[in-house]
Design a protein around this ligand. Structure first.
Ligand SMILES: C[S@@+](CC[C@H](N)C(=O)[O-])C[C@H]1O[C@@H](n2cnc3c(N)ncnc32)[C@H](O)[C@@H]1O
Length: 217
């Protein structure tokens, strides 16, 4: 099963400017980027095992992961992965897989100690996120964890509040992104992850950037 909009959100064309774009944290979509990546890498630092980076892009999160036996970077974008390959050239035991991040789990992947992902899963629909959570649960060792950093709303009321806020600030491009992409709802994600047996922890970094840890017992 491939996610519905994988080809739409393939970042091949954005690849050359991506690492410059993410430095602009004055934009609401980028605010908190650096702190989120640090937090996700810190939360995975307990393991010295197998780590999967979902939607690894140009390798900005992977470059902060130092303790692993093997790291698998999955992304649909050939150009983003090529930049990651260059940036991570001095890291050993890294595998690059060009694949849809949902389809990857239907292809008998190995089992991981930690699965990390930043700013990629908001390209999956709400239903696809829930299928992904189930696949992640199956692909984690007991005691393993999934650590996500992404664009999220606390709940529907928070989304409506942010629409008003960004309207009054003139950030109409951000509101357009709310319609074009699938920002997480923290309340729905926690509910789904809890039903799958994960224990969870959340942290908010900016209006739109959040982190979630899901630990498998
Ligand atoms: C906003 S970038 C985030 C990259 C990186 N994780 C970071 O934090 O900078 C989103 C990445 O997800 C990839 N992507 C989007 N949809 C995807 C999908 N369905 N399957 C695999 N990768 C996908 C894009 O190609 C892009 O590299």
């Amino acid at each position: 099963m491939k996610s519905q909009f994988a080809d739409v959100f393939n970042h091949d064309e954005d690849a050359p400017g991506y690492d410059t774009d993410v430095l602009n944290e004055s934009h609401p979509i980028r605010a908190g980027y650096d702190a989120v990546l640090d937090w996700v890498s810190d939360k995975s630092a307990w393991t010295y095992g197998m780590i999967l980076d979902l939607g690894a892009g140009t390798g900005n999160l992977s470059s902060r992961l130092k303790n692993f036996k093997r790291l698998v970077c999955v992304d649909i974008s050939h150009n983003m992965l090529n930049i990651a390959r260059r940036k991570l050239a001095d890291l050993n035991n890294v595998e690059y897989v060009k694949a849809d991040l949902l389809a990857y789990f239907f292809d008998h992947p190995p089992v991981f100690d930690a699965i990390v992902s930043t700013y990629a899963i908001h390209h999956l629909t709400e239903d696809e996120k829930h299928i992904l959570f189930e696949k992640i649960r199956q692909s984690l060792h007991p005691g393993g964890s999934a650590i996500f950093g992404d664009l999220m709303f606390a709940d529907e009321a928070a989304k409506q509040h942010l629409i008003q806020k960004f309207q009054s600030e003139g950030h109409l491009d951000v509101i357009a992104d709310f319609d074009d992409e699938f920002f997480w709802f923290v309340d729905k994600a926690i509910d789904a992850l809890t039903k799958l047996g994960f224990t969870t922890e959340t942290r908010q970094f900016s209006d739109l950037s959040w982190g979630i840890v899901a630990r498998k017992l």
